[in-house]
Design a protein. Structure first.
Length: 199
């Protein structure tokens, strides 16, 4: 176990040197690639069960499972962005993908076919309007979620009429996470209240 920051710095320098040596070797000796796989740190990616435990309001078991897998992917991107020194456009594209994943998740958890205005036929923006009307989300959340959906739509590269250079930043990551949490938590409270009334 690492005991203090000084030891942490030493270990990181050592690990960085080893990883670079491995990468350089594999670049010259591709036939050894199977022996050069690095062990992804255990315990960082939350399990599908952990993610599902926060999605109790999602009744469809397949949807809930797929949402948990998407959130695990988000964890992987989080490790790459915040635990490595990857920079420039590569880092920005990782942030973009993380934001898009959360946009897709918010789209998926906001569909309730039995509720007028929240069915699959309603656009994301109309569903957010309806959820704000139902007081599931607040005005600030409504704004952030519509921003998130606009960002998510940038996944369609051919539709972007701008160059994605210096376009995505840490603030986008944090804002998308806040938007997702507000929607997820608001939906849980709303669905739980509906169930209590029904009982």
């Amino acid at each position: 176990m690492i005991k203090d920051r000084a030891e942490l710095i030493t270990k990181v320098k050592s690990a960085n040197s080893l990883i670079q040596e491995i990468t350089d070797y594999l670049g010259k000796n591709g036939d050894s690639r199977g022996f050069g796989r690095l062990r992804f740190p255990r315990g960082f990616i939350r399990t599908a069960i952990e993610h599902r435990s926060k999605l109790t309001f999602v009744e469809d078991v397949n949807l809930k499972a797929n949402l948990s897998y998407a959130l695990m992917t988000h964890d992987v991107l989080r490790w790459m962005v915040f635990n490595t020194d990857i920079s420039g456009q590569a880092r920005e594209m990782l942030i973009k993908e993380a934001v898009c994943i959360l946009g897709n998740i918010c789209d998926s958890i906001s569909i309730f076919p039995s509720e007028y205005g929240l069915g699959k036929g309603s656009s994301f923006a109309k569903r957010m309007d309806k959820l704000k009307q139902l007081d599931v989300i607040k005005e600030a959340d409504h704004s952030n979620l519509n921003w998130l959906w606009d960002k998510r739509n940038q996944e369609h590269i051919h539709r972007n009429d701008f160059r994605e250079w210096s376009h995505y930043e840490d603030g986008d990551w944090y804002r998308s996470v806040r938007a997702y949490h507000k929607l997820r938590d608001g939906l849980k409270v709303w669905i739980d209240a509906r169930k209590n009334v029904a009982e």
